[in-house]
Ligand binder design. Structure first.
Ligand SMILES: Cc1cc2nc3c(=O)[nH]c(=O)nc-3n(C[C@H](O)[C@H](O)[C@H](O)COP(=O)(O)OP(=O)(O)OC[C@H]3O[C@@H](n4cnc5c(N)ncnc54)[C@H](O)[C@@H]3O)c2cc1C
Length: 284
C-alpha cells in the first residue's frame, strides 16, 4: 500500500516549524527518523496533510555536557547514543539499552525524540528516561518547558506533547558517585520489541542499594515504576531474601496484559526473573 498524498516542508528554524504547526494544526506531523512514521503512512494508519521534516534543525542534534549531566538533542540518532563516550560515562544505562533497539539499520536513522514522542510501551528510551530521572525539554511558539520523564508518558502512545509543541531535548542529571545501572530485556528474537524489559538504577553504598529505580517496559501502557519492589530493596544488601521480597512485591506494581505471544502470568514471571538478575548485578 502507498501513503495518501501529503505536503512536505523542511523548516530551517524552530520558529519556522512552529509557524507551520500553527497553520496546519492536527493536519501536520513532525518527521524525525521516519522509522515509525513512514511505515504508519504507508499502512494508512496516519494521513497527515503536511510532513514537517525536522532534519535541517541542527539545534535538535548532538550530545553535550550539562554541568556533570547530559543534554541530548531530540534528533540525536539511536546509534550516536550507542557509540557516545560521554553517554557511556554519564548515563551508562542508555549505552546498555541502545543495542536492544531494533536493528542497526533502524538505529542508524531512528531518533531519541521520535521514540519518546511515539511512546511505544515496549520501547527502551522511555523506560530509561524515567529510571534516570530525566527532564524532557519541550518547545513551542509560547516558549520552552520541562516535564519530568515520569510525568511525560500519559497513556498508550500518548504524551504531554500538544499538537503545536516539539520535543527538543532530554536533560539527564549527573550520576551519583556510587551510581550503578543495568538494562535487561527479553525478546523472542534479537532486535524484536521486548516482551518485558527493565531499566534499573541504584547507588551502592556500604554494600547496600539506595535510591533504587526499577522501571519496566512491555508490561503496561507506559513505563512502569515498580514502587513496591523498589521499597522492598531500598537500603538493603541485595541478598537472596531481599531480592525474593522485591520479586514478591512486583505483583502489586505490575498488572500486565497478555498479548499474542506471552500470557499475563508469563510476563509477570519474566519481570521477576529480570528483577532478580538486575538487583544481583546492581549489588556486585
Ligand atoms: C522493524 C522495526 C523495529 C523496531 N524495534 C524497536 C525496538 O525494539 N525498540 C524501540 O524503541 N523502537 C523500535 N522501533 C522504532 C524505532 O526505534 C523508531 O526510530 C522510533 O520509534 C521513532 O523514531 P523516529 O526518529 O524514527 O521517529 P518518526 O518515525 O519520524 O516519528 C515518530 C513519531 O514521533 C513524532 N516525533 C518525532 N520527532 C518528534 C519531536 N522532536 N517532537 C515531537 N514529535 C516528534 C512524529 O510526528 C511521529 O508521530 C522499531 C521500528 C521498526 C521499523
Amino acid at each position: 500500500m502507498k501513503a495518501s498524498s501529503f505536503g512536505y516542508a523542511r523548516p530551517a528554524s524552530l520558529a519556522e516549524a512552529f509557524a507551520l504547526l500553527a497553520r496546519h494544526g492536527e493536519g501536520a506531523k513532525l518527521l524525525a527518523g521516519g522509522q515509525s512514521l513512514i511505515p504508519s503512512l504507508n499502512m494508512r494508519l496516519a494521513a497527515p496533510e503536511l510532513l514537517v521534516d525536522l532534519g535541517a534543525l541542527g539545534e535538535l542534534e548532538g550530545i553535550a555536557p550539562l554541568g556533570q549531566g547530559l543534554r541530548i538533542g531530540a534528533r540525536t540518532r539511536h546509534c550516536e547514543i550507542e557509540r557516545s563516550a560521554l553517554v557511556a560515562e554519564r548515563a551508562p544505562l542508555l549505552a546498555q539499552a541502545a543495542p536492544h533497539i531494533a536493528h542497526v539499520a533502524i538505529r542508524n536513522r531512528g531518533t531519541l525524540g521520535g521514540s519518546l514522542a511515539l511512546a511505544d510501551p515496549a520501547a527502551e528510551w522511555p523506560a530509561c528516561c524515567v529510571a534516570l530521572g530525566a527532564q524532557i525539554v519541550i518547545a513551542s511558539a509560547r516558549g520552552e518547558r520541562r516535564v519530568a520523564a515520569e510525568q511525560f508518558f500519559k497513556a498508550l502512545y500518548a504524551t504531554e506533547l500538544a499538537a503545536d509543541e516539539i520535543l527538543v531535548a532530554v536533560e539527564i542529571p549527573p550520576p551519583a558517585p556510587q551510581a550503578r545501572s543495568v538494562f535487561l530485556e527479553l525478546a523472542r528474537r534479537r532486535g524484536d520489541y521486548a516482551m518485558v524489559g527493565l531499566a534499573a538504577q541504584a547507588n551502592r553504598t556500604d554494600g547496600q542499594l539506595r535510591d533504587v529505580r526499577l522501571v519496566f517496559l512491555g508490561v503496561g501502557a507506559i513505563p512502569v515504576l515498580a514502587r513496591h519492589a523498589m521499597a522492598a530493596i531500598e537500603g538493603k544488601a541485595a541478598d537472596a531474601a531481599a531480592i525474593a521480597a522485591a520479586q514478591h512485591e512486583l505483583s502489586k506494581d505490575l498488572s500486565p496484559n497478555g498479548d499474542l505471544y506471552t500470557s499475563a502470568e508469563a510476563k509477570l514471571h519474566l519481570a521477576r526473573v529480570l528483577t532478580g538478575r538486575a538487583l544481583a548485578a546492581l549489588a556486585r
